[in-house]
Each structure stands twice: as C-alpha cells, then as structure tokens.
Design a protein around this ligand. Structure first.
Ligand code: UDP
Ligand code: MG
Length: 248
C-alpha cells in the first residue's frame, strides 16, 4: 500500500472534509451526494467530499466520475483492490484538506442531516462521535453490537456507547500522531483520548440499508474486532507517561 500524508498539523485551506469509504455502493451514491449537498450548502462553509473507493466492482467508480461532472466538491480516491474500511479512512485522511474531518458510511445508514449537529459540538471538543441510539439493523447485528460495545468498554475501560458508528467529526490534528492498523477505525475515540484529545457523543439517526449489502458478518466483525480490542487494551496499559522535573 502506498501512503502519503498531507500535513495534518496545519490547515490546508478548507473548513470541512467528509471522508467516505465506498465498497460496492453504486445504488446509494446519487442520493448520498444529493443529501450531503442539501445539508452542507446552507452552512456556508467550504467543504470537500472524499469518496474513497475500496476496490468496488459494481460500477461505483464510473458513477462517482459522472457525479463529479456536476459537483466540484466531490473527490475520488480509488484503490486498486479491496483494502478494508480502515485503509480507506487512512487514505482519505491523508488527502483531506479540511480543518475538520467528518467520517461516515456511503450506504445512507448514516444521515448527512446529522453533520451540522456534529459540527456544532466540535467547537467544544476535539472529537464528536455519533451514537445510533435507535439502531435500524437486523436483530442479530443489534445483539452482536450490544455485546461488542459492552465487552469493548469493559476491557478498554471506556464509556463510548457506540464506537461502531462511522458518523464522527474530528479536528484534523487528531490524526497526526496516530498510526492506523486494519480494524482500528472502531477504536478512534479511545486512540484519540490516549493522545489527550477530548471526546463527546451526540445522538444521531440510523436507517436500514436499502441498497447493497453489509460487508461484515459475525466472523469478520465480532471475532476480528475482539482481537483488535486486546491490542488496544495492551496499548492503553503500556502507554508511556512521564514527567521531566529537571533538564540541565
Ligand atoms: N466499506 C469499505 N471497505 C470494506 C468494507 C466496507 O469501504 O472492506 C465501506 C462500505 O461501503 C460502507 C462502510 O464501509 O460505506 C460501512 O460498511 P457496511 O455498511 O457494510 O457496514 P455495516 O453498516 O454493516 O456495519
Ligand atoms: Mg452500513
């Protein structure tokens, strides 16, 4: 994987970057584009939407190129293969020019109408996490998510209600010292807190997926993220913390 990192310390001239991983989401993209425009334009802020195509094979890329003809705020980053959601986020962050980075899913389970809510709170906090207080998912998924959040909070000594919600807002500096590994997008709030950033949560809407398919099942989410959780727990316990009281 090739990576290049824009300067996450310094402003790149835009107010907001919305970073969205896309993996076979063709049927959702036109409405997604419309809804983002509808909710962002009234804010009168400069923004870009970075669609990171994670190896789609359903014509998502062709549609994004078409949407770009009408919408100059749309950017496309395209992977040669499927590299996973964390990699897609990482690539998007590395290209983002906004002072605030908003993340969300492409499948319209998150609602762009909630973005202004997150932006309001980002004046007070470094990270604002969406909390899908009324989940609209199949029962098995809701159940596994409840278990995952409970175990995750217990083992990582955390209190985040819904870390799996992609809809979040970050100040761009949050990412400057964080090296991402596959699966780590589920732990952004904990990683940011470890860096000393402040984190809050706001209730957001959640809708059923109307088109396309979920890319996750019990094996590649619940079990995989349990192993990731152990890594995070280890990192948290081993975090270096010292105070220098003299230097001559
Ligand atoms: N996604 C991706 N690469 C992957 C898996 C998912 O870019 O390998 C994207 C997907 O297109 C969607 C978001 O990540 O925009 C969340 O995926 P999904 O909706 O399948 O997850 P769920 O809502 O079921 O947790
Ligand atoms: Mg989804």
């Amino acid at each position: 994987m090739t990576m290049d990192t824009s300067d996450l310390n310094n402003s790149q001239g835009l107010e907001i970057s919305i970073v969205i991983p896309v993996y076979n989401e063709r049927e959702n993209l036109t409405l997604l584009d419309e809804k983002i425009t509808k909710n962002l334009q009234p804010l009168n802020k400069s923004y870009e939407v970075i669609l990171v195509d994670d190896g789609s094979e359903d014509g998502s890329v062709e549609l994004i190129r078409k949407l770009q003809e009408e919408n100059p705020n749309l950017r496309l980053i395209r992977f040669g293969h499927n590299h996973g959601q964390t990699a897609a986020f990482a690539a998007g962050f590395s290209k983002a020019r906004g002072d605030i980075i908003v993340t969300m899913d492409a499948d319209l389970q998150n609602d762009p109408a909630d973005i202004p809510l997150l932006l309001e709170k980002i004046n007070e906090y470094d990270v604002v996490c969406g909390w899908r207080h009324k989940r609209n998912d199949p029962l098995i998924k809701k159940l596994s998510s409840t278990i995952a959040n409970t175990v995750r909070n217990a083992l990582s000594e955390e209190c985040i209600a819904d870390t799996g919600c992609s809809l979040k807002a970050f100040r761009r500096t949050c990412f400057k010292n964080i090296k991402l590994y596959n699966g780590m997008h589920r732990f952004f709030p904990t990683l940011m807190k470890m860096e000393g950033f402040t984190v809050t949560q706001v209730k957001v809407e959640h809708y059923p997926r109307l088109h396309g398919f979920s890319k996750y099942n019990i094996r590649n989410r619940l079990f995989a993220s349990f192993k990731d959780l152990l890594a995070i727990r280890w990192m948290k316990k081993r975090q270096i913390n010292y105070d220098i009281i003299e230097e001559r």
